[in-house]
Design a protein around this ligand. Structure first.
Ligand SMILES: Cc1cc2nc3c(=O)[nH]c(=O)nc-3n(C[C@H](O)[C@H](O)[C@H](O)COP(=O)(O)OP(=O)(O)OC[C@H]3O[C@@H](n4cnc5c(N)ncnc54)[C@H](O)[C@@H]3O)c2cc1C
Length: 384
């Protein structure tokens, strides 16, 4: 497949941002490289196979990163522009959970659009890029078996999460080589592992309950799932975005107060707003008798109130293998928000998750990938 000619635009990564960029670059000489044998592997598994494409509410507050930069990017291609672009191509996403937009049937619906829109572009699959250097004003792209030359290179290689879907560190390595600062990376949107004191959670594996988690000044509401390895579920994944070691605080009974139930004749296990198996297990763990509230001792009532601000330090996370995204990455101060071009290296562009912007759970990361691709495409088209 060696290409002796000079490629005009080489996109490294046929994921969300790379495929969107290719779709928007009509009549240009575009080659998309990917180490996988198929394009869009992560897109296919996103959102439980239905791809949570975007959200009704998309603001800088839904991201970890430089709010000014994030705002500049989102305002040029927001959720409404994305939805319109998809509808024009026959995909009408449906809303779930009040504000999250998903593919109605499966993620392959959005991938089919990208395949169609990229049909004029060359897609070099099974071409894992191992290095990119600058030579004679051109970029030299090295894969395991070939060397290509390109005028412009787009890093759309995503983060480090889910290496089984093709993730690797090439984006960070190349950026660093060209003088970029890399904010330390960590797995995010991921479950927490536990310390010894919370090992009893593991016996509750499979139970899900609504909670509010406070971490680093942020409140994360939603379901917590007790898992074999620790805790997971939407509220925990969101909390992991803001966690940097240290304590988190869980309210196992958001919006519920014990004082409102003093007169009830029901036993406390039936009163607690959580699955009965969980309330029984918590009562047993804390040696609280299962009696109506007014018959409980003061110290037992205090233990129950303590479940509204249960503090502990997770021992770690489930790691990159289970994380939906990677936080940290290429510092955005060194990227031009009007073009996504590197401020350190002319004709090098950076898109999507590889940069130091990470969204909460809810479609924010795909929106980011698509918005950065849109800005880059507009700039490349103008430069023709
Ligand atoms: C299980 C799971 C579920 C998710 N669900 C959602 C969701 O519902 N909504 C949401 O907003 N976000 C979701 N995300 C996150 C979202 O998928 C990513 O943030 C998004 O895909 C990032 O887009 P990207 O273009 O930056 O990178 P990616 O989509 O990851 O694409 C990067 C591409 O680069 C390729 N690549 C990497 N290294 C090389 C190399 N050396 N050579 C050649 N190619 C290379 C990869 O194979 C990949 O195809 C989910 C992630 C996971 C893992």
């Amino acid at each position: 497949m060696n290409d002796n000619r000079v490629i005009d635009i080489a996109i490294i990564g046929a994921g969300a941002s790379g495929l969107m960029l290719g779709s928007l670059l009509k009549d240009m000489d575009v080659v998309i490289f990917d180490g996988n044998s198929k394009a869009g592997a992560k897109l296919l598994v996103s959102g439980g196979g239905k791809c949570n494409i975007t959200n009704e509410w998309v603001e800088p507050m839904h991201y970890l990163g430089n709010p000014h930069f994030i705002n500049e990017v989102l305002r040029h291609f927001d959720q409404y522009s994305l939805l319109e672009w998809l509808r024009e191509r026959g995909l009408d996403p449906i809303v779930k959970g009040n504000s999250q937009y998903f593919c109605p049937k499966s993620s392959s619906q959005i991938l089919d659009i990208f395949k169609r829109e990229n049909s004029d572009n060359l897609l070099y699959l099974n071409q894992k890029v191992v290095d990119i250097i600058r030579k004679d004003l051109l970029f030299q792209i090295e894969t395991a078996s070939e060397v290509y030359r390109a005028k412009r290179v787009i890093i759309a290689t995503g983060g480090l999460s889910f290496s089984i879907l093709g993730a690797d560190d090439i984006g960070y390595r190349v950026a660093e080589r060209f003088g970029h600062t890399i904010t330390p990376t960590a797995p995010a949107l991921v479950g927490f592992t536990l310390q010894k004191e919370q090992f009893f959670f593991k016996e509750l594996s499979g139970i899900s309950t609504d909670v509010e988690i406070k971490v680093d000044g942020h409140n994360c509401l939603g379901a917590l799932l007790f898992a074999h390895r620790g805790i997971s579920g939407p509220a925990v994944l969101d909390a992991s975005l803001y966690w940097h070691r240290g304590q988190i605080e869980i309210d196992f009974m958001p919006g519920w107060n014990l004082e409102d139930h003093y007169r009830s004749k029901k036993s406390i296990s039936s009163l607690l707003p959580m699955p009965k198996r969980l309330s029984k297990a918590l009562l047993e763990h804390y040696s609280i008798p299962d009696l109506p509230t007014h018959r409980l001792r003061v110290e037992d009532r205090e233990k129950i109130v303590g479940l509204k601000n249960y503090r502990f330090s997770p021992s770690g996370t489930f790691g990159y293998g289970k994380a939906e995204v990677t936080k940290g990455g290429i510092c955005v101060d060194e990227i031009d928000s009007r073009s996504m071009m590197s401020r350190k290296c002319k004709d090098l562009y950076i898109l999507g998750e590889v940069m130091d912007v990470t969204g909460r759970l809810g479609g924010y990361n795909l929106q980011w990938a698509f918005s950065t691709a849109y800005i880059c495409a507009s700039s490349l088209q103008k430069s023709r």
